[in-house]
Write a protein that binds this ligand. Structure first.
Ligand code: NDP
Ligand code: 8X3
Length: 253
């Protein structure tokens, strides 16, 4: 394929969806993934109307079998992935270690850490074969700080940072860039998911200040991607002007 190819995990909402829109405008062919196929189809229609080339993969990133099958099903020309955006992720619950729901822990660890690893292993091998590529993972302020009631979410994002740092050293000899982007509060479906569909609790997170929006992060991702070949942005921490630490948004709750 003439165009660069980007694979975006979690393109059905929030940051992944806005990044798909922006990269399509910048002439990327896109592999878009997520569990909600109806949303993927709608996004594909929207982007194709504007001339973009789109391939959809529908899988739950927590299942190694589903990830492997989906990636194996890609036509050969789509396996020449130039950019992997590890974006699919979530927080589940907001509670102390003593009281949190163990299922929430499993969900976060399986999605944010193990799922990211499953997809990265295969795609990084494709990149190594071509001696080119860029892996960008969406970490968080929660990967730099730890806040009460967010222990496991913070742990998963610290893990994303550690994995990315090690991969940067492993993959530099193969001409593959590795970056992390670490946002503070971004208003997406994130809080609705964290509070298991409780819209009132989700809205409260963004009360009294202006959070980031998904487009802010999409633009940051494009900035990282569009640097010259000899420049790698290792990590960007991007916060709402009104949020000076992760704890700022939870202390009033
Ligand atoms: P959204 O909830 O809006 O989007 C999350 C995306 O992840 C969806 O497309 C969802 O797709 C996908 N996803 C979640 N679980 C799975 C799964 N098991 N298998 C496949 N896809 C999955 O949240 P955001 O856009 O805000 O989150 C994107 C990333 O940004 C996450 O990694 C999050 O931790 C990180 N982040 C978010 C911040 C925020 O304040 N919003 C701040 C810092 C980091 P589907 O449900 O269709 O499968
Ligand atoms: C999401 C930001 O502050 O809710 O990663 O952990 S926060």
């Amino acid at each position: 394929m003439e165009q660069p190819i980007a694979l975006i995990t979690g393109a059905t909402a929030g940051i992944g969806l806005e990044t798909a829109r922006l990269l399509a405008q910048h002439n990327y062919a896109l592999i878009l993934t997520g569990r909600r196929m109806d949303r993927l189809e709608t996004l594909k229609d929207e982007l194709e109307q504007n001339g973009a080339k789109i391939y959809l993969l529908n899988f739950d990133i927590r299942s190694k079998q589903e990830v492997d099958q989906a990636l194996a099903s890609l036509p050969e020309e789509w396996k020449a992935v130039d950019v992997l955006l590890n974006n699919a992720g979530l927080a589940a619950g907001l509670d102390t270690v003593s009281h949190a729901d163990v299922d929430d822990w499993e969900t976060m660890i399986d999605t944010n850490v193990k799922g990211l690893l499953y997809i990265t292993q295969t795609v990084s091998n494709w990149m190594i074969e071509r001696q080119r590529g860029h892996i960008i993972s969406i970490s968080s302020i929660a990967g730099k700080e730890a806040y009460p009631m967010g222990s496991v979410y913070c742990g998963t994002k610290h893990a994303v940072n550690a994995i990315s740092k090690a991969m940067r050293i492993e993959l530099a000899p193969h001409n593959i860039k590795v970056s992390t982007i670490s946002p503070g509060a971004v208003e997406t479906e994130f809080s609705l998911v964290r509070f298991h569909g409780d819209q009132e609790k989700a809205d409260k997170v963004y009360e009294g200040f202006t959070p980031l929006c998904a487009k802010d992060i999409a633009e940051t991702i494009y900035f990282v991607l569009s640097r010259p070949a000899h420049v790698n942005i290792d990590d960007i921490l991007i916060m709402p002007t009104a949020q000076a630490s992760a704890r700022d948004i939870f202390k009033k709750k």
